[in-house]
Design a protein around this ligand. Structure first.
Ligand SMILES: *Cc1c(COP(=O)(O)O)cnc(C)c1O
Length: 374
């Protein structure tokens, strides 16, 4: 039997320019959590998203969510609403601050936070005497959430939005780039994301004082004094200048990476959509997804597992959709407003290999294998 190389779900894809910036950091001895690559990377993200945003490069997307919550004043005993259908890193920082996650289920149209359930959750918490401090909404798999409705609800109840855009760099809604909708947006540059710095993240905001606060908290909260003086508890969350060099190289090819991921999705869609029982998540009008991961829904859990295990046998990685937070053992005690949507998506859904470094031959082979067992 021929042993074909492993196909990963989403692996890093360097362009070659990264090493020049990394070399520059070595040559100039900027091996620190500050320096020209950090400034340059922040500027390139700002230019790409929207010139009116401010960007702080950080050590992870999770750290960015932690800082965003703290900047919005979340503390012990507060309630924070969080999309249930997401990766655990969206919700964990709520717990770091001693606050309570309130989980809200998804809508069918985007697989993201349901505006109807969100409003129900807010009304219900206010009725019990507790106004939620923030809303964490997620653009899962690159598909934007319903930005118009979430913005309307945020304004109506005066509750700020943290926009988890970890999976959505390059996605837009009504022509506006994801990470610039919320009061604070966050990005991730983890190894499996659409572009990577091996590990890293960013906080994005139109409010410059939020950016300044983020940088202050991310660098141990040093007061302005010649000695080390602290009036706040700080963190060590800034991005390294070496890794920011990788990011500068990656930002040069972000549009190519989005195009490649979308081409993967189109190939899967064209060849699998006519198979009975296999469905895809279409872009609603005005929505543009970076198609970070190409996802399918199968008719049942059994068929989902049959496909996944068959691909695994062929050395091809695929993955069930995210297990909702309200179903996670670590969050069983949390309040949840769910209607079965994300539970169903989790049971029947599968993420297919989606890297921008896949060839169309790779994708066609995966399609052939899936067809062969259905
Ligand atoms: C990856 C991811 C994060 C966390 O980002 P890290 O950089 O890995 O800490 C947060 N939210 C979502 C939805 C993610 O996919």
């Amino acid at each position: 039997m021929i042993n074909l190389p492993k196909i990963w779900l989403s692996s890093p894809h360097m362009c070659g320019e990264e090493i020049k910036y990394v070399q520059e950091a070595f040559d100039t001895n900027w091996i620190a959590p500050l320096g020209p690559n950090v400034d340059g990377f922040e500027k390139s993200i700002q230019k790409y998203i929207n010139n009116s945003v401010h960007v702080a490069a950080l050590s992870s997307g999770t750290g960015a969510i932690h800082l965003a919550l703290e900047i919005l004043g979340v503390g012990i005993g507060d309630d924070v609403i969080c999309q249930s259908f997401t990766f655990s890193a969206s919700a964990n920082p709520i717990k770091y601050l001693g606050a309570n996650p309130i989980f809200v289920d998804s809508e069918r149209d985007t697989w993201n936070i349901s505006p109807i359930l969100l409003e129900k959750a807010i009304e219900s918490r206010i009725a019990s005497g507790k106004r939620p401090k923030a809303i964490i909404a997620v653009h899962l798999y690159g598909m934007p959430y319903n930005t118009n409705e979430i913005e309307r609800i945020s304004k109506k109840y005066n509750i700020p939005v943290i926009e988890d855009s970890a999976e959505a760099l390059g996605s837009t809604c009504n022509g506006i780039k994801c990470s610039s909708f919320g009061d604070i947006g966050i990005l991730s540059f983890n190894g499996n994301k659409i572009i990577t710095t091996s590990g890293g993240g960013a906080l994005v905001t139109k409010n410059n004082s939020f950016k300044e606060k983020a940088v202050f908290l991310a660098t141990q909260a040093r007061d302005d004094a010649p000695h080390y003086q602290h009036s706040n508890v700080g963190y060590n969350y800034r991005m390294s200048n070496v890794l920011a060099g990788i990011g500068r190289g990656q930002m040069g090819v972000i549009d190519d990476r989005v195009a490649a991921r979308r081409a993967n999705y189109d190939l899967y869609y064209t060849n699998l959509n006519d198979i009975k029982g296999i469905t895809f998540l279409d872009e609603p009008k005005g929505y543009f997804s970076n198609r970070w991961l190409s996802c399918i829904l199968t008719p049942s859990f059994e068929i989902r597992e049959k496909i996944r295990l068959f691909l695994l046998e062929k050395n091809i990685e695929s993955r069930p959709l995210w297990k909702p937070m309200h179903m996670q053992p670590v969050f069983t005690d949390c309040i949840s407003f769910d209607d079965g949507t994300s539970e169903d998506l989790f049971e029947r859904g599968l993420c297919l290999p989606s890297g921008s470094n896949l060839t169309s031959e790779d994708v066609m082979r995966i399609i052939g294998l899936i067809k062969s067992i259905l």
